[in-house]
Every structure is written in C-alpha cells, then in structure tokens.
Design a protein around this ligand. Structure first.
Ligand code: SF4
Ligand code: SF4
Length: 101
C-alpha cells in the first residue's frame, strides 16, 4: 500500500488517516472475514524468529496466533495487513509482502 511518507499503514498517526466508516452490527468482528481488506500480508521467516511473542502482543486485531511449536504466526482470515508486527519484530523476521489474488 503506497502511503505518502509512511512505510506501513500502521505508522500513520490518527490525525493523518483519511476519513472512512465501517457499518456493521455490534459484536460481529469474530465472524467477519476482515482479512479481505488487506493489501499486504506478513510473512514470517522462521530462521530469524526467536519466538519472543512481541508481534503477538502488538497486533491490534489479535491476528497473531501462538503455535504449539513456539512460533507466532499470522491468521490471515483476520489480519488487516497493518504492518505493526513487522515494525516491532526485533529480528526483522516479519516481512510485509504485497497481497495477490
Ligand atoms: S516478534 Fe519476530 S522474533 Fe518475535 S515471535 Fe514475532 S516473528 Fe518471532
Ligand atoms: S499485519 Fe501483523 S499486526 Fe497487522 S493485523 Fe496483520 S498480523 Fe496483526
């Protein structure tokens, strides 16, 4: 996603976000496929991942899932591609890649 002056959509301060609206019934987030809005998606390089869970703590949509093997992987059904997980990862294990159909 090209946003002037910002690397990731998640870096845009609130007062620089363009106006928009979401119209839906209350409490509906868990069954809406919100990941369909995404233009980029996070890809985790397990070779670089140290299993610290910082991405999991910072994801605003709780779209990072702790796995049984200790890794933390994005659930693309809900991930909106904001890029926060990639920005906070201390080992650069997460890369945002362009979403393709
Ligand atoms: S923040 Fe980076 S290193 Fe830590 S668990 Fe997530 S992907 Fe792995
Ligand atoms: S890009 Fe990362 S932080 Fe943003 S919604 Fe997806 S998994 Fe969460």
């Amino acid at each position: 996603m090209a946003m002037k002056g910002y690397k990731y959509p998640g870096e845009v301060p609130w007062n620089d976000i363009e106006l928009g609206a979401i119209v839906s019934e209350p409490g509906s987030a868990s069954f809406k496929r919100t990941g369909d809005w995404r233009t980029e998606r996070p890809e985790v390089d397990k070779e670089k991942c140290i299993k610290c869970g910082i991405c999991w703590l910072h994801c605003p949509d709780a779209a990072i899932i702790p796995m049984d093997d200790g890794y933390f992987l994005p659930e693309l059904y809900y991930c909106k591609g904001c890029g926060i997980c990639a920005a906070v990862c201390p080992t650069d294990a997460i890369t945002m890649i362009e979403e393709v159909e």
